[in-house]
Design a protein around this ligand. Structure first.
Ligand code: TEU
Length: 515
């Protein structure tokens, strides 16, 4: 279907600092991304989502926005952005931008004006200032309140450099309506909405019995006002090109929850068109657990017209190779079996791309990059690391610049000698160049899978044993992922396999079959 392309699209996530550097300063930018556009076209993705590239002190990698309607000079200019959108369109690739509505940067002029204007001012009412803090804790560690010179405190669910907007002040939704129109008018196909379950806080700001941050419904997350709010954004999205491609413009909300049921309120007609499904990567490599996640996720989406894109990785979580290889989050002495993790991550890729609906692929996932776990502390950039005194390692390990070519650092990422986060010395075999030349590489697996993945069609489970995930997608297409220790018989014509089929389908291997 031409309209509502996003219902079963593969979208590639670019973390701009780490994708490709065109300016030679060791940090990625639009010039670099433009030069790598043929790579994305060759991979076969239908859209690119850019994590924030707006003017920012980069205290949280750009999720601290100082100006929502411009490009940070380190990433280029608005003209460079436009050039990327136009060139991408030439390849049939759409662009999605990241909207950060829960908070801005403390460098944003509105927050600076609020500091200047003092207690009780209309400027302060754009944020959440109080004379006393409550007991809420920041998602990134430490208290969620910071005191300013005149004694008042402001709320920040994330870093102290990220003050939360007061969404109960009508000026805030009015400002964000202008922001989303600004980008939609520039021709973007969609919005990724950061911390979409945040924004509105309980107006009483009550103390809570357990102030530890959590993604469950709380006085700060999943408030009922969000439903009407996203209906208003949906109306704006649908007002673009209504006669040509109704529903062409989309938005995907970053809704975290600790249970799938926490997302239920967003699955209703006329609201946010898409809600990320993070439960796949939160589920252990266990067939029963994965089946349960897939069944409940499909059930939720089936009852509404909302799409819940599948995800096994993004810029906030440990890379799949490391996760599936036994490495938990945040430990320094990770005991990772990279070979095992790689085998499972490749199988997970075929699972991801066979499931019904849309899938998001985070840059480097298609290269099977592992998490970089030995970044020296002096280079660690994530506020999560700094706010917890290093107790949580943070997310730098999945944000290391992409290796493009060559046998040594910086692997074609930049003309500079070094990159903003140091790359490992072991990535020579993982570069794009090396993997393009290897028919069995993870890159070629992704490329073939994106080209051959089932579109449309139904979904039905097949019973091949407790430790096996097996389902059909109609038209004789079957996906089988073997998590059992036994090698399984392969029945049908093999379209694609995640690893060698040695007398059958071995453990931790997936296969796509046509019967
Ligand atoms: O993430 C929202 C969020 O809640 C994450 O902190 C998530 O819970 C955590 O990373 C899981 O490990 C978004 C962005 O994706 C993230 O990069 C930003 O740091 C955050 O918002 C603040 O803008």
């Amino acid at each position: 279907m031409l309209s509502q392309w996003w219902r079963d699209a593969v979208v590639y996530q670019v973390y701009p600092r780490s994708f490709a550097d065109g300016s030679g300063d060791g940090t990625g930018d639009f010039a670099g991304a433009l030069a790598r556009l043929p790579y994305l076209a060759d991979l076969g993705v239908e859209a690119v989502w850019f994590s924030p590239f707006y003017p920012s002190p980069l205290a949280d990698g750009g999720y601290d926005v100082a100006d929502y309607c411009d490009v940070d000079p380190r990433f280029g200019t608005l003209a460079d952005f436009d050039a990327f959108v136009a060139a991408a369109a030439g390849h049939g690739i759409r662009v999605i931008v990241d909207i950060v509505p829960n908070h801005c940067s403390s460098a944003h002029p509105a927050f600076q004006a609020a500091l200047e204007a003092g207690p009780g001012s209309p400027e302060r009412d754009l944020f959440i200032f109080r004379d006393q803090p409550n007991n809420w804790q920041s998602i990134f560690g430490g208290p969620a309140w910071t005191q300013v010179a005149d004694g008042q405190w402001y709320l920040h669910l994330f870093d102290s450099s990220q003050p939360d907007w007061n969404w109960r002040n009508p000026a805030v939704p009015a400002m964000f309506e202008k922001v989303i129109r600004f980008w939609l008018d520039r021709g973007v196909a969609g919005l990724r909405v950061d911390v979409a379950h945040g924004l509105f806080k309980d107006p009483d700001l009550p103390d809570v019995p357990d102030p530890a941050p959590s993604d469950r419904p709380s006085p700060w997350f999943h408030r009922p006002e969000l439903i009407g709010h996203y209906a208003s954004w949906r109306a704006i999205l649908d007002s673009y090109s209504p006669d040509v491609f109704p529903g062409e413009r989309t938005a995907v909300g970053e809704f975290w929850g600790t249970e799938i049921t926490h997302l239920e309120p967003y699955f209703r007609p006329g609201g946010m068109p898409q809600a990320f499904n993070f439960f796949l990567f939160q589920t252990a490599w266990d067939a029963a657990a994965l089946r349960h996640t897939i069944t409940t996720s499909i059930g939720l989406a089936a009852e509404s017209d909302v799409v819940a894109p599948w995800v096994i990785s993004n810029h906030d979580v440990v890379r799949p190779v490391t996760r599936y290889g036994g490495g938990p989050l945040a430990a320094r002495d990770l005991d990772v079996d990279v070979a095992l993790g790689t085998r499972r991550a490749r199988a997970a890729a075929l699972l991801l791309l066979a499931l019904p609906g849309s899938a998001y692929v985070y840059q480097g996932e298609e290269l099977g990059l592992p998490e970089v776990i030995d970044i020296p502390d002096a280079f660690r950039d994530d506020p999560v690391f700094h706010r917890t005194g290093g107790a949580r390692l943070g997310r730098d390990g999945c944000r290391v610049p992409i290796p493009w070519s060559g046998a040594s650092k910086p692997y074609g990422f930049t003309e500079a000698e070094s990159t903003w986060l140091p790359q490992p010395t072991t990535w020579g075999p993982l570069t794009v160049e090396a993997q393009q030349a290897d028919p069995g590489s993870t890159l070629n697996l992704y490329k073939r899978a994106i080209a051959a993945r089932p579109r449309g069609g139904g979904f039905a489970w097949l019973d091949r044993g407790d430790d096996v995930i097996a389902f059909t997608r109609g038209d004789g297409f079957t996906c089988v992922v073997n998590l059992s220790a036994e090698t399984l018989p392969v029945e049908g014509e093999v379209i694609l396999a995640s690893g060698p089929l040695e007398g059958g389908l071995p453990q931790d291997t997936a296969v796509w079959l046509r019967s």
